[in-house]
Design a protein around this ligand. Structure first.
Ligand code: PMP
Length: 356
């Protein structure tokens, strides 16, 4: 089988499980527990299927303009794609093209090393400190680019914008990507800094705070030059990435700001309640400003709790990986879902019994 020697072999990214069974409490992939904005549903219901004969607007102008308005930037500073995974992959391909290794944290979104391997980009991971915080010095060394999520995943830890300013200023020859998938849940965005730093690219998603993971919408904001280079690569790869309904529904979601703020507010409130209850049960965690908590228990191994929860139809995320194999990542769901989780844990940890 000689053709196999020419195959581009990769070890793919492993996503969280999407259980088929009905009635499970799904707290394992950081989805939003609430529906998207009512305007999104209206578009879905009035979808004109005749129009699907035609190719979508390859520039997704409607959505780009809505995002530009919302974030007070020009449309030439906005790039949209099929989820932030698509946007990030394009950014890796476009900007991480030098000889020096790119840098990212050792504990972080596990797609980064997969893209680096796929695109043959040299990379070096920088160890977070014992509190899961970024060690700034690690990013002040020669590099071919930097990517850091803020808040970080799966830790939930939020870094100050001042840290990114220092990293940006110290690396004028590298593109620095801040992956803000979770910033709406209590972080301060770097978007206002894109004018000041021409090497900054901010990436966000509709999958969490805008409750549209299934629609696959993500975007980047940066200066026009960076966005121009990103578009050149995208249009050399696949022009029609975003489909017509996604463009229309994404636009509707951006226009309904009150709804967006309402569901984000609810998730933050539930998160704070959950923090308090889990602490009482002997869990500890770095303070999260995202829509998930990354917890460890004082006594019971994470893997055991993970399996017990799963047996009881509550799905959370567990990685058997160095440094994080005694942690669970728990997405914040509705109040009712979190109450069920806490009630189960109370019983399990204090009585060794299982509910159902
Ligand atoms: N960045 C981070 C840090 C994430 O956790 C995720 C969610 N898996 C993504 C990007 C990608 O999200 P999406 O492609 O759904 O926009």
């Amino acid at each position: 089988m000689n053709w196999e020697k020419n195959v581009r072999r990769v070890e793919p990214y492993v996503a969280g499980e999407q259980p088929k069974a009905e009635g499970v409490i799904k707290l394992n992939t950081n989805e939003c527990p609430y529906p998207p904005a009512p305007g999104v549903k209206r578009i879905a219901e009035s979808l004109n299927c005749d129009k699907l004969r035609l190719y979508p607007d390859m520039n997704a102008e409607k959505l780009v303009n809505a995002l530009a308005d919302y974030y007070h930037v020009s449309p030439a500073q906005v790039f949209v794609g099929v989820g932030s995974d698509d946007v990030l992959a394009m950014a890796f391909l476009t900007f991480f093209n030098g000889g020096e290794p790119i840098l990212f944290p050792d504990i972080t979104y596990s797609f980064y090393d997969v893209w680096a391997e796929l695109f043959r980009i040299p990379y070096k991971t920088c160890a977070l400190d014992e509190n899961f915080c970024i060690r700034k010095e690690d990013y002040l060394t020669p590099n071919g680019g930097i990517i850091i999520p803020n808040p970080n995943a799966p830790t939930g830890v939020l870094e100050d914008t001042a840290l990114f300013e220092e990293i940006l200023a110290a690396n004028p020859d590298s593109v620095v990507i801040v992956d803000e998938a979770y910033v709406d849940f209590g972080g301060r965005s770097m978007v206002p800094y894109v004018e000041q730093y021409d090497n900054l690219m901010v990436v966000q998603t509709f999958s969490k705070s805008r409750a549209m993971a299934g629609m696959r919408i993500g975007f980047a904001i940066a200066n026009e030059k960076l966005i121009g280079y990103l578009r050149d690569v995208k249009f050399s790869f696949n022009s029609y990435t975003m489909n017509m309904p996604a463009i229309d529904m994404g636009t509707a979601a951006v226009l309904e700001d009150a709804y967006f703020k309402e569901i984000v507010g609810k998730i933050i409130k539930t998160r704070e309640w959950t923090k308090e209850r889990l602490q009482r049960l002997g869990f500890s965690f770095a303070d999260s400003q995202s829509n998930f908590l990354f917890v460890t228990h004082e006594r019971v191994p994470a893997e055991e709790i993970f399996l017990a929860l799963k047996k009881n139809n509550i799905y959370v995320r567990y990685w058997k990986k160095p440094r994080i194999d005694n942690h669970l990542r728990i997405t914040i769901g509705t109040d009712e879902q979190m109450e069920t989780l806490v009630a189960f844990l109370e019983d399990y940890l204090n009585g060794g019994k299982e509910l159902r």
